[in-house]
Design a protein around this ligand. Sequence first.
Ligand SMILES: [Zn+2]
Length: 346
Amino acid sequence: MGEPITATWYDGRSARGRPVQATVEDGTLWLCDDEGQRHGLALGRVQWPERTRHGQRVAQLQDGGALAFADVAAFDAWWRAQGLRESWVVRAQQHWRATLAALAGLLLVGAAGYVWGVPWVAAGVVAATPATVEAAIGDTALEQLRAGLFQPTRTPPEVQARWRSQLEAALQQAYPEGPAPWQLHFAGGGRLGANAVALPGGHIVITDELLALLQGADDAVLGVLAHEHGHVRRRHGLHAVVRFGIVSAAASVALGDFSAIVAGVPALLAHLGYSRDAEREADADAAHVLRAAGRDPAAMVLLFERLAARSRSEGTDRGGLPIAFASHPADEERMRFFREAARSRR
Ligand SMILES: [Zn+2]
């Protein structure tokens, strides 16, 4: 049995990476997590990273997952010690052909971009992006925001649990086929104040200040969360990332190396915004979820009024996070939409 190495496992379903110990034994890659659970994958179903590549090593797993090794030197030594070199040569040749095919594909994508425009190409790139890549971008974005903008939350765990179960129940009613996977986080807003944001990979963050602002208006809180879940469900965050850097993103995704995108996340966060169409879609999802849960969509109008009153008294700086809720305040059209959604409620 070989030596274990520490890695982060993205299983392709959950947005969160899990720390694991990886070992190779009898033609199988074994991943052992903190709780001692073992997950085995035949070696033939693992695509090892190129050793010449910079940044962290990421192995692609054919079950849709990925395995990231932060310590490059340790990985290279471990990988050689497993005697995986033989198959490497064979794979390298196959990989070279795949790379050529990917480059040809990129030229086509580039040409299509000129002909049909970036949105159509972005949609294609988003559709082709594995959940693991989106998860890596989202995890990095959340870490960045925790380190640079958000403060530790003062919302008690039992209140957090109540909101998670309320959102879960409402989403189940709205989407009986199953809502898109999400995780709800709470944070002190810092410079962002009363706010909420959805990140790629299903992370939704709501600030203590927004909960305080909406004290007693539970329908409005649920509406904000449903709006953010709308961004998650429609992968708006990833759309924004891809449209921001269409060529480099397409190249990285096609070549299976997303370390370049992940490295660019801090800079991206200051510039990413959702389009008006994206906001309209997320608002429509919020109204749908509120109606399905028997709540009042008109509660969103109250939310917009309170946010507007607050930003008048505080000034309009929202800390430079354009994808956050309070960065795209309501206009008459959005307010009218929720008033009408309330009237058509059955
Ligand atoms: Zn939004």
